[in-house]
Design a protein around this ligand. Structure first.
Ligand code: SF4
Length: 407
């Protein structure tokens, strides 16, 4: 049956729940990506139907990348935790003068990265607040002292420093970026990221998660992801689920990512991150997504994008994180043997030996990848210059980490 007629079948939906589920899953087993209607149906399917949904997602993952689950051994560099946004779920951000407010010096950056290199890390993940200098004179003064005009100028210099002085590859995650900044950061890092989080404008409303977060306007974030596509930059994005969006919003967000990837082919991975409540955040009493809700979302993402790398952070689903493998992920994301998860500090990463044994007990081999995925490497290594040289030096013949370290 052709893709169009299968899609029509999905759109008309089926007579009963059992028929509907098996028809949709049959189509997926034939390699047909889900339609919006099919995804909306499956994301609302019952716990009773979950095993069948997971089996289809797992089969799709195996068709895409059989037998292998990847992770990136990284150090986490919180370059600054000052941020002009106030997301309701964020424990990372600080105002100047607040306990824990911090902007790292170049020496501190190098110290962490060199320690990571000794432990076999290959990724330097730069996470930071969005444009804090626009509202905080203290950040403008810090940048002046450091000798930079903006946080992005400082980030660019630190990526270049890491690239030049160490064997780790930078992966910046600085929030919204203009076309010019995407190009500048792409010259000093093989990949970069911005979580789309959600396409729901309702979350900008009073009392919602993004009501005081000007950089979380979905249209602006979509523009950044699209611009990275126009410039062919290997790009990481994803969803944050459970922050007030509806199930239909989740499907819309996944479809927006799928459409951008269809147009530009640059989405190297999609992260499904689940909201976790913490005592010190405005959304401390907000309900967390249930395990089954998380598994259903991951499985629907896999069936919507059968040929895209799909990641879910294990520390946010501990102690049951290996169930995420049943939902079709093929990557655990960045795991650090050295630095904590500054975004979710109360949820430590699992020990790499445990991650390996849980992955192997599900029948997969765990492999260390670089921040840029193997299938996106050649676009970087084909160029001349320091970035291409460093990526070539870090990669093995298949594009995984050359000096992969035993867990
Ligand atoms: S989630 Fe990011 S943008 Fe939002 S407040 Fe935290 S650091 Fe700022």
């Amino acid at each position: 049956m052709g893709q169009v007629s299968l899609a029509l079948r999905q759109d008309k939906m089926m007579t009963g729940p059992a028929d509907g589920l098996s028809a949709l899953l049959d189509q997926s087993n034939q390699g047909v990506p889900l339609s919006r209607e099919g995804a909306n149906w499956l994301i609302r399917s019952s716990d009773h139907d979950l095993p069948a949904l997971l089996a289809a997602a797992r089969a799709a993952k195996q068709r895409f990348k059989p037998g292998v689950i990847t992770y990136s051994r990284k150090v986490f560099i919180p370059l600054t935790n000052l941020c002009r946004d106030y997301c309701g779920y964020c424990i990372f951000r600080r105002d100047p003068g607040q306990f824990g407010a911090h902007t790292m010096t170049p020496d501190q950056v190098l110290e962490i990265v060199r320690a990571g290199a000794r432990m076999g890390c290959t990724e330097a993940l730069f996470s930071l607040g969005d444009k804090p200098e626009l509202i905080f004179p203290e950040m403008r003064a810090t940048l002046r002292r450091l000798g930079y005009r903006s946080t992005l100028h400082y980030l660019e210099a630190m990526c270049e420093l890491v690239l030049r002085e160490t064997s780790l590859l930078p992966h910046p995650n600085p929030g919204l970026m203009s076309p010019e900044w995407i190009a500048r950061l792409a010259a000093v890092s093989p990949s970069m990221g911005l979580m789309l989080e959600t396409t729901s404008n309702a979350l900008l409303g009073p009392g919602a998660a993004h009501d005081n977060a000007p950089d979380k306007v979905p249209a602006k974030r979509l523009r950044t992801v699209e611009e990275a596509g126009k410039q062919s930059v290997p790009f990481t994005t994803g969803l944050l689920i459970g922050i007030g969006e509806t199930l239909a919003d989740r499907v819309d967000t996944l479809l927006a990512i799928r459409e951008l990837h269809r147009r530009y082919g640059h989405i190297q991975e999609v992260i499904i991150q689940n909201f976790r409540a913490k005592p010190d955040i405005p959304m401390r009493d907000w309900p967390e997504p249930t395990r089954n809700e998380m598994l259903r979302t991951v499985a629907v993402a896999r069936l919507l994008m059968p040929d895209v790398n799909l990641q879910a952070p294990p520390n946010l689903s501990a102690p049951y994180y290996d169930e995420l493998l049943d939902a079709g992920i093929n990557d655990w994301g960045g795991i650090s043997p050295l630095t904590p998860d500054f975004i979710n500090p109360e949820k430590p990463w699992p020990h790499l030996a445990q991650l390996q044994s849980r992955t192997e007990s599900k029948g997969y081999t765990l492999r260390q990848r670089l921040p840029v995925y193997p299938e996106f490497l050649t676009a970087i290594t084909a160029r001349a210059g320091l970035l291409a040289e460093k990526v070539k030096a870090a990669a093995d013949r298949e594009g995984y980490a050359w000096r992969a370290t035993a867990a």
